[in-house]
Design a protein around this ligand. Structure first.
Ligand SMILES: [Zn+2]
Length: 197
């Protein structure tokens, strides 16, 4: 693992520091607050170019990232930004998966049709990064319960959900995440009523 220097990153969400961690040709990024509390708020975010940078409404990644940066700025902590696009299948394959979704498949079915697992992401570097910062306990900002169990020496003392309002384009995506991938997504009453759930 190669570790860059630390640089300043002022953003519209607050003043952060950034540091890059490179492993297997992947250039990951940690965006963190100057003062890290003993038990920092941590968001592990996997890259989603369409959602994070292009404002795509097909998923909730952009909104989750924005929410995370705001909360981390408030409470002190870090966003670990992992370069594993499209649940680890890469951008090219993600576009093909989107095309299959246009024809009616859900995200899990589309990945399977392309010969991939539903989720190909690898979170093993996260523990190395946290250890580098000397962090032993975290508050984890996530709707994905699997992320809690991938740590050996890091203790997740609290899981804080991210509540995102669904839109007409990502309702089915969020529903698949909840029903097929075990995400604990809290839907509000309005969403329930619209979908008869
Ligand atoms: Zn996304």
């Amino acid at each position: 693992m190669k570790i860059s220097e630390i640089a300043n990153l002022p953003t519209k969400y607050g003043k952060f520091k950034i540091q890059s961690f490179m492993e297997n040709d992947k250039e990951h990024l940690v965006i963190f607050t100057e003062n890290l509390p003993e038990i920092p708020l941590v968001r592990i975010h996997s890259e989603c170019l369409t959602g994070d940078a292009l404002g795509s409404l097909k998923c909730d990644c952009g909104e989750q990232l924005e929410y995370a940066l705001k909360e981390v700025n408030k409470q002190g902590g870090m966003v670990i930004y992992l370069r594993q696009e499209g649940r680890g299948i890469g951008l090219f394959n993600k576009v093909n998966a989107y095309a299959l979704q246009d024809r009616g498949l859900d995200t899990v079915e589309a990945n399977h049709q392309l010969g991939f697992e539903a989720d190909m992401r690898d979170f093993s570097i996260v523990e190395k990064i946290l250890k580098h910062f000397g962090i032993k306990k975290i508050k984890l900002l996530t709707n994905n319960p699997k992320k809690e169990f991938s740590f050996k020496d890091i203790k997740v003392i609290k899981r804080i959900p991210i509540i995102i309002k669904p839109n007409p384009y990502n309702i089915n995506y969020l529903k698949t995440k909840k029903e097929k991938l075990g995400h604990k997504i809290e839907f509000n009453e309005k969403w329930r009523n619209n979908n008869g759930k």
